[in-house]
Design a protein around this ligand. Sequence first.
Ligand SMILES: *Cc1c(COP(=O)(O)O)cnc(C)c1O
Length: 375
Amino acid sequence: MVVGVHRPTQLVIDRQALRQNIHAEVERLKDGCDLFMVVKANGYGHGAAQVAAVAREAGAKGFCVAILDEALELRAAGFNEPILVLGVTNPADAPLMATKHISATVAALDWLQAAEQYLRLAGTADVLRVHLGLDTGMGRIGFRTVADLKAAVDYLEDAQTHLLFEGIFTHFSTADDPDDAYFKGQVAKWHALVDTLPRRPRYVHVSNSATSLWHDACNDNLVRFGVAGYGLNPSGVAIPTTPYPLQPAMSLTSELVYTKRLQAGQSVSYGATYTAENDEWVGTVPIGYADGYERRLQGFHVLVDGQLCEIIGRVCMDQMMIRLPRQYARGTRVTLIGRDGNQRISLQDVADYCGTIHYEIACGFTQRVPRLYIN
Ligand SMILES: *Cc1c(COP(=O)(O)O)cnc(C)c1O
């Protein structure tokens, strides 16, 4: 997909906001605890390499991504810090990961055995760094029993030449919930598994943003810091207080490219679902669902000149219409996410209207929307 540099629609990413969020978190960590910035899905839509650069400045010691290609993107951009792939990779890619010093998440013994075969065949000089994932209740990937964990650890420690036991971790499914009953159950399962280890690997980690913000640690030494680094509250609105203010880094702006006076009784957009009751000013904004601005946002609002303006009619693939309080010139700024005057529209507001979470909206903006980095 091309990047729309000749269109006035853009995501504005405030590096200072990213820097302050990440730095505030680094400052809170106890001695010996590192922060890896999670930059999967193009840095939650903010731009992986750009976010990684700011995170490193702010004190991040490494990065987490979801898939191998995202790790390779960071290596190609010149990042030499540790990178952990959080998802399951193909054991056939073990030699590539070893050569690039990319750490793999492992959830099964047969993966280790297969990877060992590929590494032996490839004759790579580098070892593959491995983090064992433990499933303590997330139900996604990971070892679930002491016996399975022990078999994997024994295999790793058994004088293997090609595998290095670098880390062990789990992931909490309700760390952003004010009710911590399920969370406590996961902590108990974590201890039941991890406390059986004959030795601790370099990295022992349990914390995503929500865990780090709102729960006491489990004697871990690495935080996988994601959404809060982007200035978004992991809980949405369920837990409003955070140890430091979170500053949203992402804004979305465009311009009016066309305006007109609509007569009472005239309709707008596909399906003619909106009909003007009175004569009114209407502006066209060059953004649509192909940009990740969802079709469900019909009836929501944007900001023009510090005022809320309703999105009227269906959001099209590439354009949409808004009702203006008066005539405005072509080229007038439209703020879809962010602040204009005394008004602000947050990613949370957009997500609420769409019936989803801000994570999904942020990473849903497509490549067609250019990212502009400020500060
Ligand atoms: C995405 C992810 C994180 C980061 O979560 P946030 O809620 O964005 O902080 C941490 N750990 C794992 C395993 C993840 O998949």
